[in-house]
Design a binder for this molecule. Structure first.
Ligand SMILES: *Cc1c(COP(=O)(O)O)cnc(C)c1O
Length: 395
């Protein structure tokens, strides 16, 4: 089988020519001044895009490395966390915390709903000794976006540390780390930024550093150690790497960041993702299918989740669409695998008429398999929404 013509998945995304060229550029060694300057420049630019003056640490491994480093860095036996769960990733993060001996208070909503800041406020009042609060900003497995700004205010008023997984939010929706009182977050390059998978973009603020330094169980002398990055990199002129970094990945991520900046900056990128999400949802509804999100107000900008209709399985539909049309879509993930489809509109897939391809592929694929859908209406709704959105941008 050939590679798909269109990768419209929930990540990793298609890579642009510029990112691909950067991935194939000469491997400069980590002690070369050109590479060092590129690495420092990437740290600075990421801080700007995330609206933060906190420390940016680029860990050399896919975002799960950053998330595990954070969980371990901030947890010893009995550390009290409030874990806010509206999807698969937050649920797994809670499992990790419990495995580390944390005492975890869980606030969970159904995975087709978003977290309610008022409930967070109530739970923090009920459990005043909570030291850390964790959440996933954008739950990619179900296309739900949580109100990080409002939750940030609530957690700040209480005084606990706020830890956010912004892996798929970064580049696709607003993330203002400092204004929203986020103490620590992990972003990923392979989602809305459309870089290569393989790095964890971690932001650590002073209160989070202090909490780690006070934690006897925080990893030290380890690939999982954020504290090693602090002592040997952040506090040491940022000139001597702890170990050879993933040079090609750094080049690819730097190219993705430069491309985002050159195509209008972070606000333009967010606007593209917002429009792509809106167009995709309009198309899905016009097909006659049901969105997974109970309320569109919290449907994510990065991916649209759609309930699988009766009579077919998600695996069957995805295989058909991949084989017949060369279009790669995603099914649900974890406990949601068989229940929903996901149409990704991240990075390049948020541009142009890519949402039209995703909606048409899903619609025609379902029609081929005998499900009654209105493919024409779906396509028309996507195109009209994009047309109106572009007109609003241009005028
Ligand atoms: C993609 C993603 C991660 C990283 O997990 P992988 O399964 O390794 O891609 C973590 N959190 C969220 C919210 C993600 O979307």
């Amino acid at each position: 089988m050939n590679a798909p013509e269109f990768t419209l998945t929930a990540g990793p995304t298609m890579a642009s020519d510029r990112v691909r060229a950067a991935l194939g550029s000469p491997v400069l060694f980590d002690y070369d001044p050109v590479f060092l300057e590129r690495f420092n420049d990437l740290e600075r630019k990421l801080g700007v895009l995330l609206h933060t003056e906190k420390d940016v640490v680029l860990m050399q491994g896919e975002a799960v490395l950053g998330l595990e480093a954070v969980a371990r860095g901030l947890t010893t036996r009995g550390t009290k966390w409030l874990n806010l769960v509206s999807g698969v990733y937050a649920s797994w993060f809670g499992d990790d915390l419990r495995a580390l001996g944390a005492e975890v208070v869980t606030y969970e909503v159904p995975f087709d709903e978003a977290l309610d800041p008022e409930q967070v406020r109530r739970l923090l009042a009920e459990h005043p000794d909570v030291e850390r609060v964790s959440l996933v900003h954008s739950e990619t497995p179900s296309g739900i976006e949580n109100p990080l700004r409002e939750i940030g205010e609530v957690v700040h008023a209480h005084g606990a540390l706020l830890v956010a997984d912004v892996v798929s939010a970064f580049g696709g929706c607003e993330v203002r780390v400092d204004d929203w009182h986020v103490d620590l977050c992990v972003a990923g390059p392979q989602k809305c930024l459309a870089g290569p998978p393989g790095m964890s973009l971690v932001v650590v603020g002073p209160r989070a550093w202090a909490a780690m330094e006070a934690n006897p169980d925080a990893p030290r002398g380890s690939f999982l150690s954020l504290l090693d990055w602090k002592t040997r990199w952040v506090d040491s002129d940022r000139t001597a790497f702890l170990f050879t970094p993933s040079v090609s990945d750094v080049n690819g991520v730097a190219a993705a960041v430069d491309e985002l900046i050159d195509s209008g900056g972070i606000d333009a990128a967010i606007a593209r993702h917002e429009l792509a999400g809106r167009a995709t949802r309009a198309g899905v509804k016009a097909l006659g299918l049901e969105l997974w999100a109970k309320d569109e107000r919290y449907a994510a900008n990065c991916v649209t989740a759609v309930r699988c209709p009766e009579g077919v399985t998600t695996a069957q539909v995805l295989a058909h669409v991949r084989e017949h049309y060369g279009v790669m879509l995603s099914k649900g993930y974890g406990v949601l695998a068989t229940r929903l489809f996901r149409l990704g509109h991240m990075g390049p897939a948020a541009r142009s008429l890519y949402p039209l391809v995703a909606v048409t592929a899903l619609g025609q694929g379902l029609a081929d398999l005998g499900v009654e859908v209105d493919v024409g209406a779906g396509a028309a709704a996507v195109a009209a929404t994009i047309s109106a959105g572009r007109a609003a941008v241009v005028s």
